[in-house]
Design a protein around this ligand. Structure first.
Ligand code: 6PG
Length: 239
């Protein structure tokens, strides 16, 4: 647990960098699924700042998205736009290694199937035949959702599809998202959660293991789960 959101972002950036260096050293590349929302912005900006004198071969990193909203890539709500502004525009990389989620399309489910095929073609698979990301980054909403896996949606029980689409009633929008089989196949999952509004759901997920909350279903089968919280999100954990 980090004292402040900025220190949590620093911690997350250090973890991301360490995973990149290990993966690139051992296999020559790193497959990273980023998350959206506001929390990771500072982490992405820190990675951009440190890329100036970096020991990371950024051209060996492949960028994927763990979820995306059904908006154009230049929309304020776009997770692609957020990473582009905070990190990608500051890196000297070949954008052929950047794989945005094509969620802004009429047939979002067909697009999800195509994205899944792209992942299956590009990534190594584990013994269970599921592609293994070196790192899947996740946040968590105050309702316990993670990626675009929201409470009470059928997609939470998906066992075959690795990337799928869903309609989110609380947002009245469609989303494209990794499903738990793909998330939980990762070599490393990093959950970065800050803010007092998350404190109660943090306790329900990480202390009570409340399986009604999607974030409680993040449980890498063979990989490592790291949770980075700031003191406000961890507030109830300590009481
Ligand atoms: C998204 C994210 C989502 C996010 C949570 C937390 O597309 O919105 O992938 O799962 O991590 O909603 O969002 P904040 O970081 O803005 O609180």
């Amino acid at each position: 647990m980090a004292e402040t959101a900025d220190l949590a972002a620093e911690r997350a950036a250090s973890i991301v960098r360490a995973i990149f260096i290990e993966a690139i050293t051992s296999q020559g590349f790193c497959n990273w699924a980023v998350c959206g929302g506001n929390t990771p912005r500072t982490t992405y900006k820190l990675l951009a700042e440190r890329s100036v004198d970096d020991s990371i071969a950024w051209d060996k990193v492949r960028f994927f998205w763990g979820d995306e909203r059904d908006v154009p890539a230049d929309d304020q709500q776009s997770n692609y736009r957020m990473l582009k502004e905070t990190l990608l525009d500051h890196l000297a990389i070949d954008h052929a290694n950047v794989y945005p989620m094509p969620a802004d399309t009429a047939d979002i489910d067909a697009a999800a199937r195509e994205y899944e095929q792209q992942i299956r073609q590009l990534l190594p698979t584990g013994n269970d035949g599921i592609p293994q990301f070196d790192l899947v980054m996740l946040g968590m909403g105050a309702d316990g959702h993670t990626a675009s896996l929201f409470p009470n949606l059928p997609i939470l029980d998906e066992t075959n599809r690795l990337v799928a689409s869903c309609y989110v009633p609380t947002m009245k929008r469609r989303r494209m998202t990794f499903t738990f089989p793909l998330i939980n196949a990762a070599r490393h999952v990093l959950m970065l959660i800050t803010g007092d509004d998350k404190a109660e759901v943090v306790r329900r997920v990480f202390t009570d293991n409340d399986q009604s909350l999607p974030a409680a279903k993040v449980n890498p089968r063979h990989g490592k789960l790291t949770i980075v919280l700031d003191n406000t999100a961890a507030r109830v954990l300590e009481s």
